[in-house]
Design a protein around this ligand. Structure first.
Ligand code: CP
Ligand code: NVA
Length: 309
């Protein structure tokens, strides 16, 4: 838990120390066991999470809402369609008002800067539930999943195949925080942002050829070619990403113990073949299920020691 009532936000993985992140993963594994045992544990009784969704969601919404309920608190789904956010109320006003009433606020939006602005004006912790630039909550679940299946990821090789998008950026940050090597295979023109990439130094490398990038890898990860908000680019992207499918041939390049992950939702036959996502090396269902436990550990960390005054 945070020490002495200090306000912390979770906008990217870099907001926490490496130790804090690793402790959170260990805690998520404990919370998962408690949940499976049917233990009642309600550290956030009467606490409320506000959830602003400007993009669609299945996993993120259900995991946060369920996590809060299991912790004895509650969660409010706030969509711009039904709130003043959608009618142009300034983000800073919304932040100041909502943080008078709820104990933590989770936001899924487009521009990362909007999330940062919200956090600047919020008097309670703010969680990034996906922006165009990052998706840190997913990485908490992914790192937990790897640890559960294979132990520590430190010193391992992870291969990212596909778009240099929000998930790829969070994998770059994860490589820095968990200490693994990240190979990125993306087509020209779809690289991750240079500033994010550069900060990882030689821990991260772009290897254009997916087969070369996957060689001897311990974990192969991909994501959709067209993220939310890019729908009009779908056809152009299908052409650009031709040859970037994660299929059996590509998985055969990786270590024979390699795992496959995908944050979901997935498109079988586009970025991943059905044989891989539904195959023996795939851990996508555990990965998705861990969103609940990983975010419970996050909520406990952020809210456990924090009192909104
Ligand atoms: N992976 C993920 O964030 O899923 P949702 O879009 O369903 O929340
Ligand atoms: N890159 C995807 C992730 C979805 C969870 C998107 O932003 O749509």
């Amino acid at each position: 838990m945070t020490e002495d009532n200090k306000l912390r936000h979770f906008l990217t993985l870099m907001d926490f120390s490496s130790i804090e992140l690793k402790n959170m993963t260990d805690r998520a594994i404990v919370l998962k066991k408690m949940q499976k045992n049917g233990d009642i544990y309600e550290p956030l009784k009467n606490r409320m999470l506000g959830m602003i969704f400007e993009k669609s969601s299945t996993r993120t919404r259900v995991s946060f809402e369920t996590g809060m309920l299991q912790f004895g608190g509650g969660a409010l789904f706030l969509s711009p369609r039904d709130t003043q956010l959608g009618r142009g109320e300034p983000i800073e006003d919304s932040a100041r008002v909502l943080s008078q009433m709820v104990d933590t606020i989770m936001i899924r939006t487009f521009e990362h800067e909007k999330l940062e602005k919200f956090a600047r004006y919020s008097s309670v912790p703010v969680i990034n539930a996906l922006t165009d630039r990052y998706h840190p909550c997913q990485l908490l679940a992914d790192m937990q999943c790897y640890q559960e299946h294979r132990g520590s990821i430190e010193g391992k090789t992870v291969t990212w195949i596909g778009d240099g998008n929000n998930m790829c950026h969070s994998y770059i940050n994860a490589a820095r925080q968990w200490g693994f090597k990240l190979n990125i295979a993306c087509p020209e023109g779809y690289d991750p942002e240079q500033s994010i990439f550069a900060e990882a130094g030689d821990q991260v490398e772009i290897i254009r050829d997916p087969m070369a990038a996957a060689t001897d890898s311990d974990l192969v990860v991909t994501d959709v070619w067209t993220s939310m908000g890019q729908e009009e680019e779908q056809t152009r992207r299908e052409v650009a990403f031709d040859g970037f499918i994660v299929d059996d041939k590509l998985m055969a390049q990786a270590d024979k113990e390699a795992l496959f992950m995908h944050c979901l939702p997935a498109h079988r036959g586009e970025e991943v073949s059905a044989s891989v996502i539904d195959g023996k090396q795939s851990v996508v269902w555990d990965e998705a299920g861990n969103r609940l436990h990983a975010q419970k550990a996050l909520l406990e960390f952020l809210m456990g020691g924090f009192i909104n005054e």
